[in-house]
Design a binder for this molecule. Structure first.
Ligand code: C2E
Ligand code: CA
Ligand code: CA
Ligand code: CA
Length: 278
């Protein structure tokens, strides 16, 4: 790549190859980061809309690279999904989140922790066994683990997905559909799958309360969720106006900057339980 000044960058290779190289470098750096234990988990509080009580936490991965600085998951997760390394990352996240939930449970703080599951991870033949094994090793009650799945996971091979979901449900973990409304869920699937929770995507919450189509979509999703007996949580809630719209619409729970961004475990504990670590 040659810097040609104000005219912009001129590439000696087609742009795609440059991107490919950048993705390969990032993938390599990720593998190194896992070995060097540079990944961390942060936890974002989830609240009951009516009572304001913290009722759960979503585990979100964080990576600070010595050269690149803080790399957002939106940048490296897609690359890891493409290369397959997401399976290793996802396994680390699962283990780390379950370990933290168990540490809290041991202190009498029984808070469900939600983990994001990628399609490739879910499709691994050993996925259900792995979840069972991680829970058993940690001694965590399965109900304190929630798995966030996306609509694409459920639609790819619906029969196999259904079998896996049933096995996970039998295990006793909680299942939710993340980014709900952005994919192609059909109501028939929702009815078939043993799901407990819908997460309304942030993109629909953003326009609340003024954007008429966002408002309409959010109301409709809440109705669908309630009709199917599911919990409905909204993500990306940043303002009191959004919070009160959601409450009036009948939504049950929310997470978002209005209360807190994702926090490291110690800060989470201080924020949620008012405890300081020695
Ligand atoms: P997501 O699962 O939809 O997670 C919610 C994202 O919204 C998080 O971004 C969170 O920090 C951010 N967020 C929360 N509240 C607000 C808010 O009020 N306003 C705004 N603007 N943003 C808010 P984050 O941590 O950067 O993660 C981005 C995405 O990366 C996640 O979207 C998820 O798809 C993926 N991801 C993060 N951690 C993991 C992980 O451990 N495993 C997998 N497979 N994916 C992950
Ligand atoms: Ca999520
Ligand atoms: Ca989400
Ligand atoms: Ca989202």
């Amino acid at each position: 790549v040659k810097d040609s000044g104000r005219a912009g960058f001129r590439f000696h290779q087609p742009r795609k190859d440059v991107d490919l190289l950048a993705r390969m470098r990032l993938d390599h750096a990720m593998r190194q980061a896992l070995l060097e234990r540079r990944f961390r988990l942060h936890f974002q509080p989830q609240l009951d809309l009516a009572s304001g009580q913290v009722i759960g936490a979503e585990a979100l991965i964080r990576w600070r690279d010595p050269v690149r600085g803080e790399v957002p998951p939106g940048e490296f997760i897609p690359v890891a999904e493409e290369s397959g390394f997401i399976v290793a990352i996802g396994d680390w996240v699962l283990h780390e989140a379950v370990t933290q939930a168990q540490a809290w449970a041991r202190q009498g703080r029984r808070l469900p922790v939600a983990v994001n599951v990628s399609a490739l991870q879910f499709q691994q033949a050993q996925f259900v066994d792995r979840v069972r094994q991680v829970l058993q090793t940690a001694g965590l009650p399965p109900a304190l683990l929630e798995l966030e799945l996306t609509e694409s996971i459920l639609l790819r091979d619906a029969d196999e997905a259904l079998r896996r979901l049933q096995a996970l449900a039998e295990l006793g973990v909680c299942l939710s559909i993340d980014d709900f409304g952005t994919g192609y869920s059909s109501l028939a699937y929702l009815k078939r799958f043993p799901i407990q929770r819908l997460k309304i995507d942030r993109s629909f919450v953003q326009g609340l309360p003024d954007d008429a189509s966002d408002a309409g979509i959010v109301r409709a999703v809440v109705q669908v969720g309630r009709a199917l007996g599911l919990q409905v949580i909204a993500e990306g809630v940043e303002s009191e106006a959004q919070r009160s719209f959601l409450q009036e619409a009948g939504c049950h729970e929310f997470q978002g900057y209005l209360f807190s961004a994702a926090l490291d475990a110690a800060t989470f504990e201080a924020r949620v339980w008012g405890v300081e670590r020695p």
